[in-house]
Design a protein around this ligand. Structure first.
Ligand code: FAD
Length: 571
């Protein structure tokens, strides 16, 4: 029997530690092992990915490549610039591959892509080995043990999880890696076979730098931001397995923090350092294994002499929330990502963007508002110029750094949807998709549904005040002053409500509260400006609650006929 020739396809698992799929590849005792990452056009062209997440991905790839080379000087992460669906069949042939191994991915697009790849592998006579490693439980198993239904609560995850059995202990990183085989690509001179759907303009623009599958220097190197034509990243948070494991070590070394962590007690206004672990981007890219995280924490909790916190508020509880959203997504597929045709998402007649319909007012129960107005609210929210310093500081932190605390995400998501602007959660989720370095489709979508009270959670009358809530954590507004330098001289008394400061005080602070934030100086250029609040929050909140009440009363879901055919407008 000839020895296996294996491609290991890295995707959601940019690490060497605790990788059940990589272990399975090594267990094949391959003659040669090609460790590759393919340039998936879905990620490169279609998904919204801002420079900060790009940088994080490249950091992870560079770090992984270096770690691979440390274990085998002939090997590294081979980056190949073509869609997996078209590239892999060519690689099977060129490199005489017998096995393809990868970590299971239950995202809607990824499942579809992987089914296609498995079909192609079968046609080529290549055996495919898939292992779970991205979540604590296999999302498909969770759904199966939840009576075939999406997991919509932590209790359901815990009940289904107990039927699946114990969460597996992590496995150590390999101590050595086999050589790769010959990496010549005899089809290299051909133009990359691109996915036909790729936006043609974008493809033409990119062809200059992407006319070689193995990169401009033909060495399968990780690209740079400049080469990708991207703006430099502005985030201070950097990627890579080495950093992730060091961060985890530091957290675990603080036994009290690890064992008594309670999410609702962590301050959303804390920065440098933040109050929670900031491991989410590492979990997203797989530079940290969630089982490694889970068991390192659980071992501290088990040995802890004091009173340890428990799920759902504990650290391990946070990982269960992550699994809950993966379970919901695995069950609902593409429909999970939107209201339309989603059997588990309540239909709320939010405002539509003005580009779709600027002429009509939308009827939301007793609450009517012009959709162009809603669009303005959305734009000002996105740009961090709502006139509510707490909201604006968070949105500016998000854009600049790519990460905000969970309760900060609560605040801005509630404000945009049911607790302020009454704008569709899907529009907010798109902004998060672009700017978050930890963007995880399942978690982003699920949490937006939670915060907008369209799924998972329904207490729509409980809204976050942009004034009272941050005051509780940060009386002096240090967080606001960090991200809104215009307000740096404002006293604590006015920091969350600068519009209440008398004009003389505003002048003394060097910033006038006026306009909508589209300019940052007053007409004479004597003072900086910060916008006036875009609405009176208490009365706006009441209107939103009324709208939600009516929508709940009508009780439509995304897959109701009236929603699908648009006749909800007649209600
Ligand atoms: P910690 O509190 O230290 O928690 C540890 C880990 O548990 C996190 O790294 C994360 O993987 C997981 N986790 C914690 N809370 C949640 C949660 N509510 N849902 C799912 N997983 C959780 N998280 C993402 O990973 N990607 C997203 O795209 C994302 N979008 C969100 C959008 C909104 C509107 C909201 C309200 C929350 C979103 N979250 C998302 C969940 C949560 O805010 C982040 O996971 C968390 O803030 C990350 O910081 P941390 O690593 O310090 O978390």
């Amino acid at each position: 029997m000839p020895k296996p020739r294996v491609i290991y396809w890295f995707r959601t698992d940019l690490r060497l530690h605790d990788s059940p799929a990589l272990r399975a590849a090594l267990d094949l005792k391959p003659e040669c092992l090609y460790l590759i990452w393919t340039w998936d056009p879905h990620y490169v062209y279609r998904a919204r990915v801002g420079p900060n997440r790009w940088q994080f991905l490249l950091d992870c790839q560079n770090d992984l490549s270096k770690s691979i080379t440390k274990l085998n000087s002939k090997s590294k992460l081979f980056l190949i610039r073509e869609a997996p669906q078209t590239l892999l069949p060519k690689l099977f042939k060129a490199w005489k591959i017998t096995h393809l191994v990868f970590e299971k991915d239950t995202d809607a697009y990824a499942s579809e892509r992987d089914s296609k790849v498995m079909e192609l592998a079968k046609e080529a006579g290549v055996e495919v080995v898939v292992r779970m490693g991205r979540t604590l439980y296999d999302p498909d198993e969770l759904v199966k043990e939840n009576k075939g239904k999406p997991t919509m609560s932590i209790t359901q995850v815990q009940a289904a999880g107990s039927k699946i059995g114990d969460i597996a202990r992590p496995i150590p990183a390999p101590k050595s890696l086999p050589d790769p085989g010959d990496t010549t690509l005899d089809f290299e001179q051909d133009k990359p076979t691109q996915d036909p759907d790729i936006n043609a303009k974008q493809r033409d623009a990119d062809e200059g730098s992407y006319n070689a599958l193995s990169g401009p220097n033909g060495d399968f190197a990780v690209p740079t931001m400049e080469e990708l034509g991207l703006k430099p990243a502005t985030t201070p948070h950097r990627g890579g397995e080495t950093i992730a494991l060091k961060m985890l070590d530091d957290i675990i070394a603080n036994e009290d923090y690890t064992a008594t962590f309670e999410k609702p007690k962590t301050a959303p206004t804390a920065f440098a350092p933040q109050a929670t672990t900031l491991l989410s981007p590492h979990l997203h890219f797989g530079s940290l294994s969630c089982r490694e995280f889970y068991w390192r924490v659980q071992d501290v909790v088990s040995a802890y002499k004091g009173k340890a916190s428990q799920p759902p508020t504990s650290l391990t509880g946070q990982l269960l929330f992550r699994d809950m959203y993966f379970g919901a997504q695995a069950s609902l597929g593409y429909s999970f990502g939107q209201t339309y045709n989603n059997s588990h998402c309540r239909f709320i007649p939010w405002h539509l963007p003005s580009t779709i319909d600027t002429s009509t007012s939308l009827i939301t129960g007793s609450y009517q508002i012009d959709s162009a107005q809603a669009n303005q609210y959305f734009i000002r929210w996105r740009e961090g110029r709502t006139g509510f310093p707490w909201i604006d500081a968070l949105m500016r932190q998000l854009k600049l750094e790519g990460w905000i605390h969970h309760l900060g995400r609560h605040a801005v998501a509630c404000f945009l949807t049911r607790g302020g602007c009454y704008v569709d959660w899907e529009r907010g989720a798109e902004v998060f998709e672009e700017w978050l370095i930890d963007h995880e489709a399942a978690c982003n979508i699920g949490n937006w549904q939670w915060l907008s009270c369209t799924a998972f959670y329904s207490m729509f009358y409980r809204c976050y005040s942009p004034i009272a809530f941050p005051k509780k954590w940060d009386k002096n507004g240090l967080f606001v002053k960090r991200y809104i330098p215009e307000l740096a001289n404002y006293p604590a008394k006015y920091i969350y409500e600068p519009w209440k400061a008398p004009i003389a005080d505003q002048k003394k602070c060097g910033t006038l509260v006026k306009g909508d934030g589209s300019t940052s100086e007053d007409r004479e250029g004597k003072f900086k400006t910060y916008p006036k609040p875009m609405f009176d929050f208490p009365s706006q909140r009441e209107k939103c609650i009324q709208g939600m009440k009516n929508a709940y009363h009508i009780g439509l879901y995304g897959n109701d006929k009236k929603v699908l055919d648009g006749t909800w407008r007649e209600l």
